[in-house]
Design a protein around this ligand. Structure first.
Ligand code: FUL
Ligand code: CA
Length: 737
């Protein structure tokens, strides 16, 4: 299905020669796609690579920095990630859908474009497509009169947000899927979306593909799809399976350390003469490889093209909303880390925030986005470079150093091509503190930097503090705090020469570390607190109130004799504060000992976990759980003195798909001396009454004894079952009442 680009190379060559005649040499050095000749040596290839540039639509897209994804559809109501196309459209029934809420939450958080899954793999359309019955028009939502795409498009216009659309090529509902007729069907749907809803700035063609309802796979008419997008929405970038925007290769939120936007092409989706004019060459490559654009790879390619990276990741484990993931929303800190590793690594971030069954972005996700974006504002509103005097080791007079700290991305510094190690330096009137460096290239002139380092002047010596490889549109580096009056950035490796549009120095939010992190303890525990910001003070509370300068000032180790949370924050003299560190320390109620050993990855703090008063949630990997693989849990509690025991509660878990099975049998033994135990009671679960997946509380009532030592054996095997279980048993707490 994919042809070698080579066929079109000759043709391309003519085009280049033609335009060279038209515009003269200077202009034609720059192009979105440049051919590599078999006679090109390393130098020629690097020179050409330095002159590959974005199209205007790619440039506009790159400037967006943060874009949002909304996965919403029948899966939201069936609790699936991939629907099979057999859903009854009636299940689509958001109770309170409000696209204005989506857009205002996203807008406030700094997103500039939002992409909606107008149709996912299930084929269900969020707009009343004229070409299928599998859509909102056969749902009960607004009596079949609703149109989610329209509501979102209107909200975007109202709030000045750009709109993108996802139309899954893979369709598990449409009967024509797998035949040429499907290409027409798909194009008709694309035409509906791209003509009836105003401007669309990104069209997202998913690479996921499988069989349709009749078991056939589709041969997609990609070039036909691209042509339609170019015709109807010429400003829109075509992403992923398209020619303008490349998938970074993971869904983790973390881009490459070395990320070139200039990509070698060996294969492409076949192109025709017209396609070249409209930049419709989609490179075919394995995006998941660690390196995709090194010199060796450029050397064997037929051409190079500007093909920048997009980092897609979900704020939750899944792409669609699932109530069971409400506790697994990524924290603001995690989102900030993702920002540094996506936007800060020459990529555009595409963060998915799925609306829930009401048709709203859940409040929790919205709050987390707000904290995340506030922290971005806090960090990046104070650029220390602006107050510095910039200088360099170069004689060029046209693009001066001061262009890098003027706050404008369209002015830039460009040293002479003969300067082998150009640097740019910044000097302040008094020492400054920083731990973040930002560098931006003038990508209208290509991506050039391949190696740079940050140095500061200490006692007349330049000391290296951080380094990186590629820069691209934006590169962010974090490193331990430095204090200096003079810093410089040396460009140690680059293609042709560098064009730097901005450099910034910032202060990351001060971090607090609590040692040890929250855990259960026996008698008492000493906790120390530290911060990575030498000028910051730590404030903490022990009662869940939010810490501030009005809370306790940390002056030395804190000794805990009782269960207590600690909420701590570091605040520096400029008022810059970090995230709140929130840990829980709980004193175990009894002395406890395990007779069987949990599996190593679910061992946590051992026996104390069972009597620290903290029950686990569905996140079985959290430290609140002990997990046993193919084994019973056996433990002995010492209650300290003999006392009445009425009943025992076991807090356990059932997640059958994950191989976690609830208890089926619990035996209770008692002892006065901790040595000789007598069986008091065995309770066996009625197998028919097997609970639904989720948290399972198991009660053993009516024990009615005075006991000092209690031995408990919890098993998810049936008593008469000789076969060993294949699975896990998880217990987070045992209550002795
Ligand atoms: C993938 C799809 O299969 C997922 O469901 C999701 O839409 C993700 C963004 O792309 O290929
Ligand atoms: Ca500038």
């Amino acid at each position: 299905m994919y042809g070698l680009l080579k066929n079109s190379i000759l043709f391309l060559f003519f085009l280049l020669v033609l335009s060279a005649c038209r515009f003269g040499n200077e202009e034609t050095r720059f192009a979105n796609l440049i051919l590599i000749d078999s006679t090109d040596d390393h130098g020629d290839i690097l020179f050409k690579a330095a002159h590959v540039i974005p199209t205007p639509r790619q440039l506009e897209w790159q400037k967006l920095e943060m874009t949002a994804f909304l996965h919403f559809g029948v899966n939201t109501f069936t609790d699936n990630e991939w629907g099979d196309g057999q859903e009854d459209p009636k299940i689509f029934l958001p109770t309170n859908l409000d696209a204005n809420q989506w857009v205002s939450v996203l807008k406030e958080a700094g997103f500039r474009l939002v992409i909606l899954t107008a149709k996912h793999h299930d084929g269900f359309c969020l707009w009343p497509s004229a070409f299928t019955s599998h859509s909102v028009k056969n749902s009960l939502w607004k009596n079949g009169q609703g149109d989610v795409v329209k509501e979102l498009a209107d909200a975007c216009v109202r709030q000045n947000m750009k709109l993108g659309l996802y139309l899954s090529p893979w369709d598990r509902h449409e009967p024509t899927y797998g035949s040429e007729a499907y290409n027409d069907y798909y194009k008709r749907q694309l035409r509906e979306l791209l003509t009836n809803y105003g401007p669309v700035d990104e069209v997202w063609f998913d690479g996921a593909v499988g069989e349709g309802p009749n078991g056939k796979k589709q041969v997609y008419d990609w070039q036909g799809y691209f042509r339609l997008v170019r015709e109807l929405q010429p400003q829109a970038v075509i992403a992923i399976m398209g020619p303008d925007v490349r998938w970074v290769g993971t869904e983790s939120g973390y881009g490459r350390e070395t990320e070139w936007s200039v990509i070698p092409i060996q294969d492409s989706i076949p192109v025709t003469a017209d396609d070249l004019h409209d930049n419709m060459v989609k490179p075919v490559l394995d995006e998941t490889r660690e390196e995709i654009a090194n010199l060796e790879q450029l050397g064997v390619a037929g051409a190079m093209k500007w093909y920048p990276s997009e980092v897609d990741v979900s704020i939750r484990p899944g792409w669609f909303y699932h109530a069971s993931e409400d506790r697994l929303v990524k924290s603001p800190e995690k989102l900030l880390d993702i920002y540094f590793n996506s936007v800060g690594k020459n990529s555009v971030l595409l963060l998915n925030i799925p609306p829930d069954r009401q048709g709203l972005i859940p409040e929790k996700d919205a709050t987390i986005l707000k904290v995340f974006s506030n922290s971005l504002r806090q960090i990046f509103s104070n650029d220390l470079a602006r107050a510095a005097r910039a200088d360099d080791n170069d004689f060029t007079i046209s693009h001066l150093p001061k262009n890098t700290n003027d706050g404008h991305r369209d002015t830039y510094w460009s040293p002479d091509e003969g300067n082998a190690a150009p640097f740019i330096s910044f000097e302040w009137q008094k020492p400054v503190w920083f731990n973040i460096l930002k560098i931006c290239e003038q990508i209208e002139l290509g991506q050039r930097v391949a190696g740079f380092q940050l140095e500061i002047l200490e006692d007349g010596q330049w000391i290296k503090k951080a380094s990186g490889t590629t820069v691209g549109y934006t590169r962010l580096l974090r490193f331990p705090w430095v204090r200096t009056q003079k810093a410089r950035i040396i460009f140690t490796d680059f293609r042709n020469t560098v064009n730097i549009s901005e450099i910034g120095f910032y202060q990351n939010m001060p971090e607090v570390t609590l040692t040890p992190p929250g855990k259960p303890f026996e008698d008492s525990l000493v906790v120390t607190m530290s911060t990575n910001d030498p000028e910051a003070n730590i404030y903490y509370s022990q009662n869940y109130s939010l810490p501030s300068v009005a809370s306790n000032l940390y002056t030395g180790p804190v000794k805990l004799n009782h269960s207590s949370p600690i909420l701590a924050i570091a605040i520096n003299p400029d008022g810059l504060s970090g995230f709140i560190r929130d840990e829980v320390y709980s004193k175990a109620k009894y002395k406890a000992r395990l007779l069987t050993t949990p599996s190593p990855q679910y061992m946590s703090e051992g026996a104390l976990v069972l009597c620290d008063g903290l029950k686990g949630d569905l996140d079985f990997k959290s430290k609140k759980w002990l997990g046993y693989e193919n084994q019973d849990l056996e433990t002995i509690f010492d209650l300290g003195q003999s006392r009445p025991v009425n009943s025992i509660l076991i807090h356990s878990l059932s997640l059958v798909k994950k191989g976690i099975f609830p208890p089926l049998q619990v035996s209770i033994y008692g002892s006065g001396d901790g040595e000789n135990f007598q069986l008091i009671k065995t309770k066996v679960e009625n197998f028919e009454a097997h609970p639904e997946d989720g948290l399972v509380t198991w009660a053993v009532p009516r024990i009615d004894r005075r006991l000092r030592f209690v031995k408990i054996v919890v098993s998810n095997r049936l008593p008469a079952d000789d076969d060993p279980v294949n699975g896990f048993l998880f217990v987070s707490e045992i209550e002795i009442i």
